[in-house]
Write a protein that binds this ligand. Structure first.
Ligand code: ADP
Ligand code: MG
Ligand code: MG
Ligand code: MG
Ligand code: MG
Length: 620
């Protein structure tokens, strides 16, 4: 995220007079970064993950158990940061804690970035350290399961229709109190001249009430609930969802652009594999992710990427791009090639949303607020991250400067550290394999976008087909692609070797100790199981949990007691206090063994289960 200034943010009305200024200077600031850091070469492979946590309060309740979002993250954050200082002073491993949009949310990252491929084997222990530290700062009735969204967000609230959100369902209090966040929400609403509209298909069940097909904007909760889809009207319904992000540093700007392009076709694959959001506003839904297209710009700021960014990717950029001719010229005149210039100009087609009054006129050779303003409010499936100022200067001279990075942003958060570590490790590994084996996964961007829509459907991981490149070792001019299942993309078929076998070839070429190699194997096997449908996605597991709950009335709605039990179960599974057997199958026994002691356990378990799985697939 960009900078969190404590000064006064401007209202939308006040911002209007400086929008053009901020955009033009944002581009200048990007050009300064390019001039000072564009020639960086040989930066080490560093990386790190981000987890967005949510905190809930479990209430016994007079009429039955309930669960609510615990609006305590400012206090929890302050406590965690204070403890962190003490821990780090005593030499303990560090974790970093940041605010998030929701007042019941916070973000964690490792204290410092990891370096090298082998560090992936330590990510799971780091995730569980963060989980335990957060847990230690909660009150006895609070839980912090790693779920993507609170199933009952916006249900049963009273202080609604505040001046910031004007929501039928949520109080303004649900936003983290740093001025950036409410200003973001208010300015988005004022800029649009209306509330945000989120609409997702409802799951119908035998007792579902008759519904109305209409795209009108409901004025009451009753009107909203009578629709054939779930309607939500405020930013916390989107920003209040948690994802799992991975940022990787490339050795140079060219490598970062190549990596970005290669990861783009993987964003829908990982979205399908990590599906974990079956509910919205107390309703069971059909889609995990909603592509809204209500803006003049075809897509919203929260969406899949629109273009590849390497100079030789122009042939794959077949989606319409919106930008101001003046911005493109500004970039081209400074010597930026056309593909990259269009990407930047496209980001800058958006309006800046939060401008701090005392940070308008800046030194474009040193400050990057305006660049970050637009960069950090394009919430897309990938983000290309140029170097930030280091010790107050744009420079790559210091040994520990931050280089050109790519952030992978399409994964939904999983309930266990094991699963999150598996997906983080997979992204790291596949990225290294792509660069080392010089794989080319690019397909037309319009196909990636089609995949994104398909990947957002219910059970896409096993039920849908995605476009994928069949000849990643051949020249881009020969690019061939076809529809494949996620299983085939990962494990191969008669025309494509498969990403996992390619990852294994890459691993074979690396010198890794056996424990590290084994942990990669475990993660790859787990992902294979998930893609084969032998293990459910979190979305499928949660949907089944609610539908099998005694309080469920077969009407497509999540009862309070079911939400309570689901959050309590997710907490226990995450902490390893309850075996997630349905979720993790043979891996659940492994996930509860200390990472360092797993070698033997895993050999026995996996050889047995992989034989079963291979046999099953051979029979299909
Ligand atoms: P943002 O919120 O903008 O995505 P964060 O500051 O939260 O960024 O950091 C994202 C991740 O990047 C963290 O896991 C962090 O450890 C990692 N990271 C920090 N420095 C580097 C670096 N030089 N290279 C790669 N990753 C890094
Ligand atoms: Mg972050
Ligand atoms: Mg975040
Ligand atoms: Mg977020
Ligand atoms: Mg991030």
């Amino acid at each position: 995220m960009g900078f969190l200034h404590e000064s006064e943010p401007m209202s939308w009305e006040q911002s209007k007079s400086v929008l053009k200024y901020v955009r033009e200077h944002g581009i200048e600031q990007f050009l300064s970064v390019l001039r000072t850091c564009g020639a960086t070469n040989g930066d080490p492979f560093k990386w790190g993950d981000e987890v967005e946590h949510q905190v809930f309060r479990l209430i016994p309740g007079a009429t039955g158990p309930e669960v609510v979002a615990a609006l305590r993250s400012p206090e929890i954050l302050a406590e965690l940061r204070e403890k962190e200082e003490q821990l780090q002073a005593s030499g303990a491993e560090g974790c970093a804690w940041m605010p998030e949009f929701g007042r019941w949310m916070l973000e964690s990252t490792p204290g410092k970035p990891y370096e090298g491929l082998a560090a992936a084997a330590t990510a799971e222990a780091q995730l569980s350290l963060r989980r335990r530290r957060l847990r230690a700062s909660l009150q006895p009735d609070e839980v912090a399961p790693t779920v993507t969204a609170f199933p009952l967000l916006g249900v049963g609230e009273t202080q609604v229709r505040g001046p910031v959100l004007d929501s039928l369902f949520l109080p303004d209090e649900s936003i983290f109190p740093h001025p950036r966040f409410p200003t973001l929400a208010r300015n988005i609403r004022e800029r649009r001249g209306g509330k945000v509209e989120i609409r997702r298909p409802k799951m119908k069940d035998v007792q579902s009430l008759p519904v109305e097909t209409s795209n009108a904007v409901p004025q009451t909760i009753e009107e909203a609930d009578a629709l054939d889809h779930v309607y939500a009207d405020a930013m916390p319904f989107g920003m209040g969802s948690s994802c799992l992000q991975v940022t990787m540093q490339a050795s140079s700007i060219e490598e970062s652009r190549r990596l970005y392009d290669q990861l783009a076709p993987l964003t829908p694959v990982l979205l399908a594999l990590t599906a974990a959001t079956p509910f919205l506003r107390g309703w069971i839904c059909h889609r995990v992710f909603f592509l809204a297209s209500t803006t003049p710009l075809r897509k919203s700021r929260y969406d899949s990427v629109d273009c590849y960014i390497s100079e030789d990717s122009a042939q794959f950029n077949d989606l319409p791009m919106v930008f101001e001719a003046g911005h493109l010229d500004q970039l081209l005149h400074a010597g930026v090639d056309e593909v990259l210039a269009k990407h930047i100009a496209h980001l800058f087609a958006r309006d800046p949303l939060v401008i701090f009054a005392d940070r308008v006129e800046l030194d474009d050779s040193r400050d990057i607020d305006h660049w970050e303003n637009l960069q950090s409010t394009n919430w897309q499936s990938l983000r290309w991250k140029p170097p930030p100022p280091h010790k107050g200067q744009l420079s790559n001279e210091d040994a520990d400067h931050i280089g050109w990075r790519v952030e992978f942003r399409s994964m939904e958060l999983q309930m266990t550290d094991f699963e999150n570590a598996a997906f983080i490790s997979f992204i790291i590994l596949v990225s290294r394999a792509i660069l080392d084996l010089k794989l080319d996964l690019r397909i037309p961007m319009s196909k990636v976008e089609e995949n994104m829509t398909v990947a957002s459907r219910r059970s896409a991981c096993t039920k849908e087909l995605l476009w994928f490149r069949t000849n990643p070792l051949e020249d881009a001019s020969e690019a061939k692609y076809q529809l494949m299942s996620v299983y085939e993309i990962l494990n191969g078929n008669e025309v494509f070797e498969g990403l996992i076998p390619l990852c294994r070839s890459y691993l074979d070429s690396q010198t890794l100790d056996s424990t590290t190699r084994q942990s990669f194997e475990e993660y790859l096997n787990f992902i294979t199981f998930r893609s084969a449908g032998a293990l459910p996605t979190a979305a499928e597991w949660m949907r089944s949990f609610v539908m099998a709950h005694p309080s469920y009335k077969r009407d497509g709605r999540v009862p309070a007691a079911a939400a309570h039990d689901l959050m309590a179960a997710a907490e226990k599974i995450g902490l390893g206090e309850m075996q997630g057997t349905e979720l993790l199958g043979p891996f659940s026994a492994l996930a509860s063994v200390e990472p360092s002691l797993r070698a033997k356990a895993r050999e026995v378990l996996l050889s047995e289960h992989c034989r079963h799985l291979t046999a099953r697939h051979a029979c299909q």
